[in-house]
Design a protein around this ligand. Structure first.
Ligand code: 5GP
Length: 230
C-alpha cells in the first residue's frame, strides 16, 4: 500500500496528476490521491457495515448477501460496478472458483455481453475431463491444501479472461486461478474482487506477477469493527 513518503514524492510532481489546479496542501492532495487509489463502492461498504459479522481469525462473514443467502438485486449492483471498473476492456470469458464465485460471476457476465463463465472445481469428479489444468491452493481459513481444476476444453489460448472472486485475503485462491490461466496461455485482463482484506497482503503477490486487481471494498482492519481504506 502507498506510503506517506511515496505520496510526498507524487505531491512534488503533482502537476502531472492534477491538471489545472490551484496550489493545494499536501493533506488535501493526500485525501484526493487516497480516494483515487481506494475506490470503495459505497453501497457495498454500507452492506458490510450493516450485515457483516467479524469472526475469529480475521474472518468476515457476509452470509446474508454473498456466501450463503444471495441478494440478487445487490449482486446486480456488483456486476455493474465491475463493468465500470473494466469499462473499455474486452472480456471473452469470466473465470471464477466454486462455490461463492459462481453467483457473482454469473450476474457480472450480464454486464460483459453474457461472456461465458467457467468456474474452477475443487473436487475431481468422474465427469471432469481427463485433460485439465490444475493448481494447488492453500486455504489459511480452513488450514488445508486443495487442488483447483479447469477442463482444458473451456479455456482457449489468446482469449481475454477476467477473473472474478468474492474475497482476496492472502492471494492463494487468486494465485491458483492465475497459474491455471497462464498454463492455458489466455490473456488475463484483470481480477475483480468483491472484498479485499488488504492487511493480508494478497494483492502484492499478484501485482508482482502483473495482474491488475480491482476490489470493490478494501478492508484495512477487522479487529473490532470493519475499517475501510483509506
Ligand atoms: P486467499 O486465498 O486470498 O487467502 O483467500 C481467499 C479465499 O478464501 C476466498 O475465495 C474466500 O472463499 C476465502 N476467504 C478468505 N478470507 C475470507 C473471509 O474473511 N470471509 C469469507 N467469507 N471468506 C474468506
Amino acid at each position: 500500500m502507498i506510503t506517506d513518503k511515496q505520496l510526498l514524492e507524487e505531491y512534488k510532481k503533482a502537476d502531472d496528476i492534477i491538471c489545472g489546479c490551484e496550489e493545494i496542501s499536501f493533506e488535501e492532495f493526500k485525501k484526493y490521491r487516497l480516494a483515487q487509489l481506494y475506490k470503495n463502492m459505497p453501497l457495498l461498504v454500507e452492506k458490510i457495515k450493516n450485515e457483516g459479522i467479524i469472526k475469529n481469525g480475521n474472518i468476515l462473514k457476509v452470509d446474508s448477501f454473498l456466501n450463503h443467502q444471495l441478494d440478487i438485486a445487490f449482486l446486480e449492483e456488483i456486476g455493474k460496478e465491475f463493468k465500470k471498473r473494466f469499462e473499455n476492456v474486452k472480456v471473452d470469458k469470466i473465470v471464477t472458483i466454486e462455490a461463492s464465485g459462481i453467483a457473482i460471476a454469473t450476474i457480472a457476465s450480464r454486464y460483459f455481453d453474457n461472456a461465458k463463465v467457467v468456474f474452477a472445481k475443487k473436487t475431481l469428479s468422474n465427469n471432469l475431463d481427463n485433460e485439465i489444468y490444475s493448481s494447488k491452493v492453500y486455504s489459511f481459513t480452513k488450514n488445508i491444501e486443495y487442488n483447483v481444476m479447469i477442463s482444458k476444453r473451456y479455456l482457449n489460448k489468446g482469449e481475454n479472461v477476467l477473473i472474478i472472486d468474492d474475497f482476496l485475503a492472502r492471494g492463494q485462491a487468486l494465485n491458483g486461478i492465475y497459474s491455471m490461466l497462464m498454463q492455458a496461455e489466455v490473456n488475463i485482463v484483470g481480477a475483480g474482487i468483491v472484498i479485499e482484506k488488504v492487511f493480508q497482503n494478497g494483492r502484492e503477490l499478484l501485482e508482482q506477477r502483473g495482474l491488475r486487481i480491482e476490489s470493490l471494498a478494501m478492508i484495512k482492519n477487522l479487529d473490532n469493527t470493519v475499517e475501510f481504506y483509506p
